[in-house]
Design a protein around this ligand. Structure first.
Ligand SMILES: Nc1ncnc2c1ncn2[C@@H]1O[C@H](COP(=O)(O)OP(=O)(O)O)[C@@H](O)[C@H]1O
Ligand SMILES: [Mg+2]
Length: 349
């Protein structure tokens, strides 16, 4: 399988630099994800790997060999898009068989391969249907099948699950993960959905304005976000951010901050901020606040409150819901704080 290496890769459209000096190695057999908001350059990177877009600087290597000059076909990559791009007049069978027909494979060989892929993707009973007779999830499986049947060296996926409804998206996510585990094809995946990236990836790169903000295994990105952007983008509900100066008198953080001697922003995940109507013992730092609103999701109760004029969200455990306006205590263990430099946004602790 293939290792993909970017060396100083850059992409300009006219005078606009969309990807800035990308240096990165995607390992052989890895499931690697680019995660970032719309417009940050995810598709551009994928298209450069595929050979659909030229690079305007630097070099992309497959297993140490530069591929800059190679056509998409010569690179032997397969791409799956958000829109399934199936041929509407062809059956599922013909759609999956198409890449092999183009390669002029023997009929028996094509039949064998299509059936193998169909069984892998659980499409066996749908082979004679046309795309319009399929559900969204089934269409996406056919698109995957058509990409897989070529046994590509690299699998590229550009937000392939975005058009599916929530339940199907979860099912397909599991399918993709299984498929990757079975086949071990180097896979580069693009999404704006942080949960998808967290669940699927061996490693992920968080991209913002054409620059990688952090590249690591998902749990490290979640536990130690490299800067405020990443901290804000990863995790649901999103992290609370409170100016360091608001912690005046809250120990032990206040002493620690004075030693740092610079302006900071402190991040606290709502999950780590425990709300209670009574004050816990001193293992926690305590922020006194007032309740704005209580929101019950499936398995958590989130409490929005105000602490020194700042809106914060915490998690209620084992208590009856407080009412709006009620005074509560927000508790957080010191080690769950994320401390960022206020000016640069870079993580300090
Ligand atoms: N062919 C193009 N010409 C000019 N600008 C482009 C072109 N393709 C993409 N862009 C710009 O490059 C940036 C990144 O786009 P894209 O890679 O599609 O982002 P993403 O996939 O993360 O949403 C956007 O600002 C987009 O407008
Ligand atoms: Mg895109």
């Amino acid at each position: 399988m293939v290792e993909i290496r970017f060396e100083g890769v850059e992409k300009r459209f006219g005078s606009v630099t969309v990807i800035k000096k990308l240096d990165l190695t995607i390992r052989s057999r890895e499931f690697f994800t680019f995660l970032g908001p719309s417009g940050c350059g995810k598709s551009t990177i994928l298209n450069m790997i595929a050979g659909l877009e030229d690079v305007t600087g630097g070099t992309i290597y497959f297993d140490g060999t530069p591929v800059n000059g190679l056509s998409p076909a010569e690179r032997d990559v397969a791409m799956v898009f958000q829109s399934y791009a199936l041929y509407p007049h062809m059956t599922v069978y013909e759609n999956i068989a198409f890449p092999l027909r183009v390669k002029k494979e023997r009929k028996e060989k094509i039949d064998e391969e299509v059936k193998r892929i169909a069984s892998l993707l659980d499409l066996g009973s749908l082979l004679q249907r046309k795309p319009k007779e399929l559900s969204g999830g089934q269409k996406q499986r056919v698109a995957l099948g058509r990409a897989l049947v070529r046994k590509p060296k690299v699998f590229l996926m550009d937000e392939p699950l975005s058009n599916l409804d929530a339940k199907l998206r979860l099912d397909m996510r599991t399918e993709l993960k299984k498929l990757h585990q079975e086949l071990g094809i180097t896979t580069v995946y693009v999404t704006h959905d942080q949960e998808e990236a967290m669940v699927l990836s061996d490693r992920m790169a968080v991209l913002y304005m054409g620059v990688i903000q952090q590249c690591d295994i998902p749990i490290n990105v979640y536990k130690k976000p490299a800067n405020v952007f990443v901290a804000d983008f990863i995790g649901s509900p999103p992290m609370n951010f409170v100016d360091g100066s608001s912690f005046r008198g809250v120990e032990p953080i206040w002493s620690a901050l004075r030693e740092l001697d610079r302006e900071v922003v402190i991040g606290i995940r709502p999950y780590d901020l425990i709300v209670s109507t009574r004050e816990y013992d001193d293992k926690f730092m305590v922020l006194r606040g007032e309740v704005l609103m209580v929101e019950q999701t499936g398995n958590e109760i989130w409490v929005d409150g105000v602490f020194k004029g700042i809106k914060i969200r915490g998690r209620l455990i084992g208590e009856k819901n407080p009412f709006p306006g009620e005074s509560v205590f927000f508790h957080v263990p010191f080690e769950k704080l994320h401390i960022f430099d206020k000016e640069s946004g870079t993580r300090i602790i």
